[in-house]
Design a protein around this ligand. Sequence first.
Ligand SMILES: [Zn+2]
Length: 288
Amino acid sequence: MPEGDTIYQTARALGRALSGRRVLGFASRMAEVARADDERAFAGECVVRVESRGKWLLMVLAPAGEDDETRQRILATHMLMSGSWHVYRRGEAWQKPRDQARIVVETDEYEAAGFRVPIAKVYTWVQLRRERKIPRVEEDLLRAEFDAEAAVKRLLACDRKSVGEAMMNQRVMAGVGNIFKSEVCFAERVSPFAKVNRLTEPQARGLVKRSRLLLEANVLEDSGDRIVTYRGRKRRTTRSADPGASLWVYGRRGEPCRRCGMAIERELQGDGARVTYWCPVCQPQPED
Ligand SMILES: [Zn+2]
């Protein structure tokens, strides 16, 4: 599943290609988006900007030449497990068949295509602020507005939940998925299965801080003026230069821990059965 870093980079690439551009063509086979387009056509409007909020991608559109925020509409998409946005220069060969795109936004220079996008909604800003599912700017680990102390409080308030589940709650802090959850817990030597009420405040602060650091480290690489079309990318949480040693625990079941040599374990955690990797020696679970 794309995590916060992937969505951030996707938003950056889409924003670079589309921001300030007039939409020349718009098509969607998703009912709610198509309905919004019927009510007021997106074609002819301008893309104001594209931003990410945790795992949500927001494309802000407005009638050309209008500054009034109340006239803006926000196309919000969530990729869940399999969705992705691609950006192509006009005329460039697409990596997937065109008729598989569920949303297409065309400008004079670029085309953006959403493939297997499972969730797409259109909001005004008033509606978006009421939407509980979409994180606020200050809850997003990758935004300058991120409020770490408030996130620590929200994390500690999940007291009877496990650390792993609480970290995945996007309203506690937005952007962490299975990979960063596993890697951050390992880096902080905290068991993902410990109950939050067993955490000390410095531990909670450490988890929030490390989540932010690792997400940021994975979006630093910027492509400059180049627009990156979608492609797989490799995350790194260790400092190793060896590409085969880029992660501490994720995906390494049965392999030796990079710190202590013990076999890494894997389990499906919580109601969502979210995959979690950890080292039983470096991250001992406190006795209840
Ligand atoms: Zn270990």
